[in-house]
Design a protein around this ligand. Structure first.
Ligand SMILES: [Mg+2]
Length: 236
């Protein structure tokens, strides 16, 4: 069991409960502003989350409703731009919060000198204000979908973090909430801890080294504490 040098976090659904009460509301507000009757309820949005990337999700939705592919893409691009602005406002207004237990884990990692990084395929335009507002300046490397356009489950975002941060893959672990995220991390040669949420509890997370019911799950807390360099030794 190697000690940890770095932890790389996913954002959506992992660090923050952003999907149901953040992105979903922003998409619905963008539909409304555009005069469209489309609305995504909690269950519908859960199914759509299998499509990564907001623009792709929108385009697939309009195509499934019979829109020609070119028109669906154009509409999706336009709506997504506005949706991102609305999401930024929701973040500024404090609607998106850290998942329970995340703050404690980040503090423990910080106290032990373990580096923390972010690998997300969300847009930098909302990821950066979100991380700033909810967590402050603690992440050393933040790779977003604005720089790495291959969305998860592609390992590209994780590979870029490893390249920029220079941490060793053997002593780095990824934390994800979904099947696509776990595939991305494992594809980059990383071990992955899965902390599922209500949307992802039925995902296939079997290639993770640990599957936990969020960050307050004692199994997750123990997993990290056993791999922290110094301070947790000898604690009860
Ligand atoms: Mg996620």
């Amino acid at each position: 069991m190697g000690l940890l040098e770095a932890v790389v976090f996913d954002v959506d659904g992992t660090l923050v409960d952003s999907e149901r009460d953040g992105h979903r509301l922003a998409f619905n507000a963008a539909f409304e502003e555009a005069g469209l009757t489309d609305r995504w309820d909690v269950a519908t949005y859960g199914r759509l989350l299998r499509i990564t990337g907001g623009t792709r999700r929108l385009a697939a939705w309009f195509e499934a409703k019979g829109a020609p592919a070119g028109h669906a893409r154009e509409l999706a691009t336009r709506l997504h731009r506005r949706k991102t602005e609305i999401m930024r406002q929701l973040i500024e207004d404090g609607h998106v919060r850290a998942r329970p237990g995340v703050g404690q884990l980040l503090d423990d990692l910080d106290a032990e000198g373990v580096q923390v990084h972010v690998a997300t395929t969300g847009a930098r335009a909302w990821v950066e204000p979100l991380l700033d507002r909810v967590f402050g300046p603690r992440f050393r490397t933040v790779v977003t979908g604005t720089e790495v356009t291959e969305l998860k489950p592609s390992p590209a975002a994780y590979l870029r973090v490893l390249e920029l941060a220079g941490c060793s893959p053997e002593r780095t672990v990824a934390v994800e909430d979904s099947a696509n995220g776990v595939r991305a991390a494992v594809g980059a040669g990383l071990r992955c801890v899965a902390a599922y949420n209500d949307y992802t509890r039925d995902d296939d997370l079997s290639s993770a080294v640990l599957v936990a019911d969020g960050f307050t799950d004692p199994a997750l807390v123990a997993w990290f504490h056993q791999r922290l360099p110094r301070r947790w030794r000898g604690r009860p």
